[in-house]
Design a protein around this ligand. Structure first.
Ligand code: F3S
Length: 427
C-alpha cells in the first residue's frame, strides 16, 4: 500500500494498528478508497464539525451499526462533533394509518437505537438533523479552504461552491471514516487543479431562471464536471441571504440531476470572485442556456404518476431544507396567493421542511403564526425518506425540488406553479 500512497508517520502508525484494530481498518478503507481515485497522500480534515449522510435507522444498515458500536467501544469518534441528515419520520406530516404502520414496523425500526449511537459518537445536539447544516442557525458552517469529510451531495456542493471549502463527493460512511481518523485522501475537488472549470455555462435567459431548473439543466449537461457560470450574477446581485438560498437549491439540482460537486458563479461565489476566469481550464466547453433550453429541460421530465391527471394529495417544499429567508418569503407568497384566490387555507396538504434550529427561529417571529394560519405544516423531515416506500410512492405528490423529482415519484413544478396549485387548486 505504501508504494502508491505516501503516508506520514502518524498515518502509517494508525494503519499499522497503533490506535486499535478498528481505526486501522478504517484507515485502510480510506487509503484504498483514495487509491481508486489516484490519490497519493492523505490530508488532515480541518473543519470544526463533520456532517453524516446516514440519519435513518433502517434495519438493512446492520454493518453501519456494527462499525458505530466498535468506534464507540474504542472511544474513537470523539474529536469531531457532527450534524446528520434529517430524521425520516415526523408525526406532523400527513400520513395514513397504513403508512405509519409501515414506517414504524418495517422501515425505520432501529431509529431510536441509531440516534442513541449518534449521540454517543458526538452528534452536535438534538437539533442537528438537517441536510442544510451549513446555515447560520445550525452552526456547521465550514470556513473557506477547510478540508471536509462529508457525503450529503447537496451539502457538499454548497460547501465547495458557496463557502469555498474543499470536499469530494464521497460515498456514505466514508464521511464518518474520514472524520474519526482525521484524514481524507487528497484528490479531485481538494486540489486546485480539480477545482478548475471544464465547462463555461452562459446564462442568457430573459428573466431570473428558476434555480431548480437551471441546476437541473447544468447537472444533466456537465455531469460530474465543474462549470463556470457567467450571466447569473445579473440576477443574483451579491451573495446575500436570497442569493445563498437560490444557490442552495440550484446546487442541489446540479448535484442530483448530474453529479456536480462544485460550481463557480462569476462575480458571486468566493473563488470566482477572487480568481475570475483564471479558474477556467484550457479547452473548456461551452453550454448556452436561454429560455428555450430551460423549457426543453422542463418538458423532458417524465411524469411517472399512474394517473397523470390525479389531484395532488401532498406538496413537499424544502429538499434541501428551507432557509429562514425562504420560509419568510414563502409565507408572504402563500398569503398573497390565498388572498387572490379568496381561500383561507392551502387547498392541497402542504409541508415545508427545514432544520429544527431554523424552525425554532422562524416560529419565534410573527411569521411562524402567519404560516400556521395558511394551513402549511412545518416539519424537520426528509421528504425523500417519506416517499421512499411503495405506499407513499403511489401518492400523487408535487414538489419544486428537482432532487425529490429525480429520486421519487414526486412531480416537479416551478415555484410559481406550486404556489398556484396550493393556494388556488387545479393542475
Ligand atoms: Fe435534504 Fe432529504 Fe432532500 S437530505 S436534500 S431533504 S433528500
Amino acid at each position: 500500500m505504501r508504494e502508491t500512497m505516501k503516508l506520514t508517520q502518524e498515518q502509517q502508525a494508525i494503519l499499522d494498528g497503533e490506535k486499535g484494530e478498528t481505526l486501522a481498518k478504517v484507515m485502510e478503507t480510506l487509503v484504498r478508497y483514495g487509491q481508486l481515485f489516484g490519490a497519493q497522500s492523505m490530508v488532515p480534515v480541518t473543519s470544526q464539525y463533520n456532517h453524516l449522510v446516514t440519519s435513518f435507522g433502517l434495519k438493512a444498515l446492520g454493518p453501519v451499526y456494527e462499525l458505530m458500536d466498535k468506534l464507540i467501544a474504542e472511544g474513537a469518534a470523539s474529536q469531531q462533533k457532527f450534524s446528520a441528515d434529517p430524521r425520516p419520520v415526523d408525526k406532523n406530516v400527513p400520513s395514513s394509518f397504513l403508512q405509519n404502520f409501515v414506517f414504524q414496523n418495517f422501515m425505520y425500526t432501529r431509529q431510536d437505537f441509531y440516534e442513541e449511537q449518534l449521540n454517543k459518537l458526538g452528534l452536535m445536539d438534538q437539533d442537528a438533523f438537517t441536510c442544510a447544516c451549513y446555515l447560520d442557525q445550525v452552526g456547521n458552517t465550514p470556513r473557506e479552504g477547510d478540508i471536509l469529510s462529508w457525503s450529503e451531495s447537496s451539502a457538499v456542493v454548497y460547501a465547495n461552491s458557496v463557502l469555498g471549502a474543499r470536499c469530494n463527493r464521497n460515498s456514505g460512511i466514508i464521511d464518518l471514516m474520514g472524520s474519526v481518523v482525521g484524514y481524507v485522501p487528497y484528490f479531485g475537488l481538494l486540489t486546485d487543479e480539480g477545482r478548475r472549470a471544464t465547462w463555461i455555462v452562459e446564462v442568457k435567459t430573459t428573466k431570473k431562471p428558476e434555480a431548480q431548473l437551471l441546476g437541473s439543466a447544468i447537472g444533466m449537461k456537465v455531469m460530474e464536471d465543474v462549470p463556470y457560470i457567467v450571466g447569473l450574477d445579473q440576477w443574483l446581485g451579491t451573495l446575500d441571504d436570497a442569493a445563498k438560498t437560490y444557490l442552495k437549491d440550484f446546487g442541489a439540482a446540479t448535484a442530483s440531476n448530474g453529479a456536480v460537486g462544485l460550481y463557480h458563479v462569476e462575480g458571486i461565489t468566493p473563488e470566482a470572485a477572487r480568481l475570475g476566469r483564471d479558474l477556467i481550464a484550457d479547452g473548456a466547453r461551452t453550454y448556452v442556456i436561454d429560455d428555450g433550453e430551460l423549457q426543453r429541460v422542463y418538458d423532458s421530465y417524465p411524469v411517472v404518476w399512474k394517473n397523470k391527471n390525479a389531484k395532488p394529495k401532498l406538496c413537499f417544499m424544502g429538499c434541501p431544507h428551507m432557509s429562514l429567508e425562504q420560509l419568510t418569503t414563502w409565507t408572504e407568497r402563500v398569503e398573497q396567493g390565498l388572498r387572490e384566490a379568496g381561500n383561507k387555507k392551502v387547498v392541497i396538504p402542504t409541508v415545508f421542511t427545514a432544520a429544527p434550529a431554523v424552525i425554532k427561529e422562524f416560529e419565534a417571529t410573527p411569521y411562524g403564526e402567519r404560516l400556521k394560519r395558511t394551513g402549511v405544516v412545518l416539519s424537520y423531515i426528509c421528504p425523500l425518506m417519506y416517499m421512499n416506500n411503495p405506499l407513499s410512492g403511489k401518492m400523487p405528490v408535487i414538489t419544486s425540488s428537482n432532487k425529490l423529482r429525480t429520486y421519487t415519484t414526486a412531480r416537479y413544478y416551478t415555484d410559481g406553479e406550486i404556489l398556484d396549485q396550493i393556494t388556488k387548486g387545479g393542475n
